[in-house]
Ligand binder design. Structure first.
Ligand code: AR6
Length: 173
C-alpha cells in the first residue's frame, strides 16, 4: 500500500463485482450496453437496473466516464469508463487511457464517493500492453491524489496473478 497526500492506493487480486467500495469502475465500450470481460461480469452480477440507466445515458466517448446505480452489487455506484482500443501506441492511446482513470476519479469526487476500485482498463479485449497500461493507471491515480485530498482509498482490483504481480512491483518501486 502507498499513501499519497491523504489517499491510500492499494491492490488486491480478485473479482471487482465482489468489492464493497463506494464506486467500482467498469471497463465499458462506447455504447454502454454491456459486453464481455469485466463489463459482462458487472452487468450480470448487478442486474438489469444498471443496463436501464446506461440506455438512458446513451453512450460514452472514449476517455470519459458516466455514473449509474450499482444495482445488486455491494458497491454504491458503478462508474463506467471507456478505455482506448490499443492499435500501436501512436493513436493517442496513452492520453485516452490516462483520461479514463482520471475522469473516473473526478466523477467519483463530484458525487462525494471516497473509495473507488478499478479493474485494469483496456488490457483485456482492447489489447493494451499490461505493463504500459499499469504505468499510466498508476500515474493517473497519483496525479489525482496529489491534486485532491477527497479520495480515501483507490484500489486496483487485478483479476490475474500476472496483473497483480505487475502492480505489486510498480507500486513498490
Ligand atoms: N473483476 C476484475 N477484473 C476483471 C474481471 C472481474 N470480474 N473480469 C475481467 N477482468 P476487459 P477492456 C479483467 O476485456 O480490455 C468488453 O466487452 C481482465 O482480466 O474486461 O477494457 C467491453 O464491453 C482484464 O485484465 O476490458 C468492451 O467492449 C481487465 O479486466 C471491451 O470489453 C480488462 O479486460 C473493453 O475491453
Amino acid at each position: 500500500m502507498l499513501i499519497i497526500n491523504k489517499t491510500k492506493i492499494s491492490i488486491m487480486k480478485g473479482d471487482i463485482t465482489k468489492v464493497k467500495a463506494d464506486a467500482i469502475v467498469n471497463a465499458a465500450n462506447n455504447r454502454l450496453l454491456g459486453g464481455g470481460g469485466v463489463d459482462g461480469a458487472i452487468h450480470r452480477a448487478g442486474g438489469k437496473e444498471i443496463l436501464e440507466e446506461c440506455k438512458k445515458i446513451g453512450g460514452c466517448p472514449t476517455g470519459e466516464a458516466r455514473i449509474t446505480t450499482a444495482g445488486n452489487l455491494p458497491s454504491k455506484k458503478v462508474i463506467h469508463t471507456v478505455g482506448p482500443i490499443y492499435k500501436d501506441g501512436n493513436h493517442g492511446e496513452e492520453k485516452l487511457l490516462y483520461n479514463a482513470y482520471y475522469n473516473s476519479l473526478a466523477l467519483a469526487k463530484d458525487n462525494k464517493l471516497t473509495t473507488i476500485a478499478f479493474p485494469s482498463i483496456s488490457t483485456g479485449v482492447y489489447g493494451y500492453p499490461k505493463e504500459k497500461a499499469a504505468d499510466i493507471a498508476i500515474k493517473a491515480v497519483k496525479d489525482f491524489a496529489n491534486k485532491y485530498e477527497n479520495m480515501e482509498e483507490i484500489i486496483f482490483v487485478l483479476f490475474s496473478d500476472e496483473d497483480f504481480d505487475i502492480y505489486q512491483e510498480k507500486l513498490r518501486g
